[in-house]
Ligand binder design. Structure first.
Ligand code: AVI
Length: 313
């Protein structure tokens, strides 16, 4: 089997404890549902990070201590909405920089460049579509220093060892003195976190079940969506939100494109996502374990979220 999607889905569904990778949530429909999540008042992460990047842009830029023009390389830029205030500040203050948004979606990059050129005339923007590391490797050759942006608590979707592996890879593709601004969701009142993920509108449930629809479409499968439900749980000690799909009956599902049948027991769980929350001490450890030096944590006024600035020493 050559198709990575088919391979990953099959490995997850054949496992003793079934699981599906959350990176596959984001087909066109899943990306739209994620926009709905980010617009829910309960999903505080978006507003908290927007507040940090709007109100503290001066402090963030001052903390970079770059004396020459620099690159801002945003990993997974999407619609670039969060970054806008930071870019606006730089343009307004005639600070020289080149913005390099990276995303897997060509459409998202075309729209982002068009909008930014309209709203911030004179901005230097070099959008890139493709693999983060290929692009980062090229950027390492660049003479100017770089600020990498990895926002939105994306790091929370990685298991501890995978998070360190990813951050070390970032590190290896950076120059001495380059900075990383990483968005990290903080531990807080567990009720706030529970309400953001186990939302009463059922949007996060739709986000999860959409993955079954994607499997139906791409692997010619016959998941009956009404026979599955959604469950999620926040553990305030470990900081882990874990999301699951539940099989509501004994059933089997055919994946015709790959000639496979998967059996589900009544109440069997499929683990779909980890969304980890960190304490400030854990952020310090994460930075050290991935060979960075933590410079400053920029927090929102409620102390829900941190945009943490790290340096490659
Ligand atoms: C993309 N990622 C940081 C989101 C999160 O909070 O873990 C995805 C998400 N899952 C449920 N709601 C939002």
């Amino acid at each position: 089997m050559t198709n990575a999607f088919a391979k990953d889905i099959l490995t997850g569904l054949r496992a003793e404890q079934k699981h599906l990778p959350s990176k596959y949530f984001y087909d066109d429909n899943g990306s739209r549902i994620f926009q709905e999540i980010m617009n829910m008042p309960e999903y505080y992460l978006t507003d908290a990070e927007f507040e940090i990047l709007s109100l503290q842009c001066k402090s963030i830029i001052d903390a970079l201590q770059f004396s020459t023009p620099f690159n801002i390389v945003e990993l997974g830029a999407g619609d670039g909405l969060k970054t806008f205030k930071l870019l606006e500040y730089l343009v307004k203050h005639n600070i020289e920089f080149n913005y390099v948004p990276i995303d897997i979606s060509q459409e998202a990059m075309d729209m982002l460049s068009k909008r930014l050129k309209e709203r911030l005339p004179g901005i230097h923007i070099s959008p890139q579509v493709g693999d983060y590391f290929e692009i980062l490797k090229k950027n390492k050759e660049n003479d100017y220093p770089s600020l990498l942006l990895f926002l939105g608590s994306n790091i929370g979707n990685y298991l501890d060892d995978k998070a360190i592996e990813l951050l070390q890879l970032f590190n290896n593709n950076m120059k001495k003195g380059d900075k990383l601004l990483i968005g990290i969701d903080l531990k807080k009142n567990p009720i706030v976190i529970r309400d953001a993920y186990d939302d009463k509108h059922g949007i996060t449930k739709r986000f999860n079940l959409n993955l079954l629809l994607r499997i139906n479409r791409e692997l010619n499968a016959d998941f009956r969506i009404d026979d599955f439900d959604f469950y999620c749980h926040y553990n305030p000690i470990t900081g882990e939100v874990k999301s699951y799909i539940i099989s509501l009956r004994d059933q089997s599902v055919e994946l015709k494109a790959i000639n496979e049948t998967i059996n589900f027991e009544y109440n069997e769980l499929i683990w779909t996502e980890l969304s980890k929350k960190y304490g400030l001490q854990e952020i310090q450890e994460l930075a050290e374990n991935s060979n960075f030096k933590l410079k400053t944590n920029f927090l929102d006024c409620k102390h829900f979220f941190s945009d943490s600035l790290w340096e490659k020493p």
